[in-house]
Design a protein around this ligand. Structure first.
Ligand code: CA2
Length: 137
């Protein structure tokens, strides 16, 4: 089983800024934990702050991997392009969010990803990613 985790803008700051919202673990630390927890999964990780790079990565892995775990971060609420890429590829995409976006500002209640996603997991902190990976097993 080959899964790719794709994180969008500012998620490189996890564990370094706003710990009250996003916790104090960096994604690199958490990714090592995930690899240890799911040794049967060949897992990749990609982060970018650039919309086009996220689309390129979805296209690159979307015809080869068994699934994508995608946190498009703020692009979730704005990007028709990422939403279209999710719909265009063969690999099922599980949309994840660390925070419960429905408890936050109204603009975060809209997702351009959800309509193309296999499912959506949000509000469980970093555990949202664990749950998304489990959904593929
Ligand atoms: O809850 C999530 O996972 C979000 O996708 C995170 C995005 C936000 O725009 C979405 O509405 C919900 C923001 C990611 C920013 O990450 C930071 C991490 C540490 C410090 C500052 C930002």
């Amino acid at each position: 089983m080959k899964l790719m985790i794709i994180n969008g803008p500012n998620l490189n700051l996890l564990g370094k800024r706003e710990p009250e919202v996003y916790g104090n673990t960096t994604f690199e630390e958490y990714f090592s934990e995930l690899q240890a927890k799911f040794p049967q999964v060949q897992m990749g990780y990609f982060q970018s702050n650039i919309e086009g790079e996220l689309i390129d990565k979805i296209q690159e892995v979307g015809f080869e991997y068994d699934g994508i775990v995608l946190n498009a971060a703020s692009y979730t609420h704005t990007s028709v392009g990422i939403g279209d890429a999710v719909k265009a590829v063969d690999a099922p995409v599980v949309e994840v969010h660390i925070s419960n976006t429905h408890k936050r500002e109204d603009f975060r209640h809209v997702s351009y990803i959800s309509s193309g996603a296999k499912g959506v997991i949000l509000g469980f902190g970093l555990q949202s990613y664990d749950l998304a990976i489990k959904s593929f097993l």
